[in-house]
Design a protein around this ligand. Sequence first.
Ligand SMILES: CC(C)(COP(=O)(O)OP(=O)(O)OC[C@H]1O[C@@H](n2cnc3c(N)ncnc32)[C@H](O)[C@@H]1OP(=O)(O)O)[C@@H](O)C(=O)NCCC(=O)NCCS
Length: 144
Amino acid sequence: MAVRRMTPEDLPEAARLERECFSDPWTEEMLRESLENPLYRFFVDEEADTLRGYAGMFMALDEGNTANIAVFPEYRRKGVGEALVSALLACCREEGLSVLFLEVREGNLPAVSLYRKLGFTETGYRKNYYHDPEEGARIFMRQI
Ligand SMILES: CC(C)(COP(=O)(O)OP(=O)(O)OC[C@H]1O[C@@H](n2cnc3c(N)ncnc32)[C@H](O)[C@@H]1OP(=O)(O)O)[C@@H](O)C(=O)NCCC(=O)NCCS
């Protein structure tokens, strides 16, 4: 398993992964604009030239905010998500950030379990934050 920084060549697969995982996916163009934005950091997990998952965050002052994390269904439960979140946390340390935040659909138990395993604590809730279907967001944070 190898996690590395995302490059423009990864954008079509990352957009396909977004479409596969989310009802309101980021488009390839949205991903490209963010990748070109110096405040964003994106990582992919790749094995044998196959992109298995990706994660991204943006930085504001001394805070990191997770933009997204997703793993193709056929590669789940193999440690890919954990490697990607660990890469975000390492990036936060390198960038001198003090905290990483993320939001997650309240019923997304695989993601909630992953964040808890990696030391995130639940700090808040936003009602009706997500649409299609409507659902609240649980807010998690991890001190760096
Ligand atoms: C959430 C997601 C990224 C997890 O990726 P993954 O590669 O399967 O996760 P990992 O294999 O690294 O699992 C790490 C830990 O997460 C938890 N976990 C992951 N999937 C789980 C599941 N289906 N049920 C319960 N716990 C789960 C476990 O604690 C696991 O540790 P363990 O294997 O020692 O039990 C993946 O399910 C996914 O892409 N989901 C769809 C997109 C999504 O919901 N993204 C999150 C948006 S906030």
